[in-house]
Ligand binder design. Structure first.
Ligand code: P6P
Length: 333
């Protein structure tokens, strides 16, 4: 039995996990370590953005037509540079880049994994100091080892994910990642520069009372969704009372949902027929985490993980969180 004050770092944990799978080669541990390094570098900049003149807009737009913040591009650049020098990543796709990036050196072409990421999600919150985060999704490549990765490597459905997670830059900096073996949380200890296991075996509470949605869009919702929101806001002794919480940063809203339970949703509406959030580097990684922590995700009809991707930056509606709350909402659709 380890003494109570023994810490388990992210590296120790991923290597312990590797030992559980005899055929594992440690490639996944390597990628998670590299993502941890990249996010520690991003964290350094995020924590003092106001001091180093890196706040604010960059005067450019990304493929989504969204204004790029200086920190968005910095985070994207760090993720690409660290993963390009990783022994285990053959290529990446990112919210900030129109197309995927195949790493073309011989070493990378023989790597087994590809990584998709949103380097700094919620970046519109940077200037107001609200929590933001990096979201990542790790797939085993399907194309032949030794060749450059193909677009098909990045269009695999969510049930094929090997691992997925996020780093939240909040009151503390935490990495939460999941594999089919479960979901675990690691808090960055700045005194040793290590992510240390702080939330082992995370499970989404089966029920909750927090609903998280941008209610400003209500008029554009279907009648079913409007009725659900009326249900949430109705306060009488025939039902539990609900609380509305919406940070406007998916990582922050999802981190709260994972820990406290509740439901987060960004539905389609009359202006956005597929909703706003991207399937491959926002909805799939979060759905993978939540479903492996005992929760539910849906696009309104089926698990988000069952959606067959057709484009790198496609958007999908998402309803995700505590099993009972997602089931209740879906009954209104
Ligand atoms: P809205 C941030 O821009 C983001 O991509 C997610 O992090 C967040 O959940 C959503 O958009 C917020 O969108 O339309 O409510 O501002």
């Amino acid at each position: 039995m380890k003494p109570f004050n023994t810490i388990t770092t992210l590296d120790e944990f991923t290597i312990q996990q590797t030992r559980l799978f005899p055929k594992a080669t440690g490639g996944l541990s390597g990628i998670l370590r590299d993502i941890g390094i990249a996010c520690k570098l991003i964290n350094k900049k995020v924590n003092k953005a106001g001091l180093v003149g890196i706040l604010g807009a960059r005067g450019t737009e990304n493929v989504q037509g969204e204004e790029q913040m200086k920190l968005d591009v910095y985070a994207d650049d760090i993720m690409i540079r660290v993963l390009k020098s990783s022994a285990d990543c053959a290529g990446i796709a990112s919210e900030e880049n129109d197309d995927f990036v195949a790493f073309d050196d011989e070493y990378s072409k023989n790597a087994k994994y590809v990584v998709l990421f949103d380097p700094l999600d919620g970046s519109s919150n940077i200037d107001v100091n609200a929590s933001i985060g990096t979201i990542f999704a790790i797939y085993r490549r399907e194309s032949e080892l030794g060749t450059a990765v193909q677009e098909s490597d990045f269009l695999q459905n969510g049930s094929k994910l090997m691992a997925a997670g996020y780093v939240i830059y909040g009151s503390s900096t935490m990495m939460v990642y999941g594999t089919k073996g479960g979901v675990n949380g690691f808090t960055l200890d700045p005194s040793i520069g290590e992510f240390c296991l702080s939330h082992p075996d995370m499970m989404v509470p089966e029920d909750g009372k927090i609903y998280s949605v941008n209610q400003g869009n209500t008029e554009k919702y279907t009648d079913g969704l409007k009725n659900y929101l009326q249900h949430c806001m109705r306060n009488d002794d025939t039902k539990k009372s609900y609380t509305h919480r919406y940070i406007g940063s998916m990582v922050a809203d999802m981190h709260r949902t994972l820990i406290k339970g509740g439901i987060f949703f960004y539905p389609a509406d009359s202006a956005n027929e597929n909703g706003k959030l991207r399937l491959q580097y926002e909805c799939n990684p979060m759905s993978f985490l939540v479903e492996h922590a005992g929760g539910l995700s849906s696009d309104g009809e089926k698990s988000v993980l069952k959606i067959e991707p057709t484009e790198l930056h496609q958007r999908v509606p998402i309803f995700i969180g505590s099993k009972n709350m997602v089931t209740e909402l879906l009954s209104y659709l």
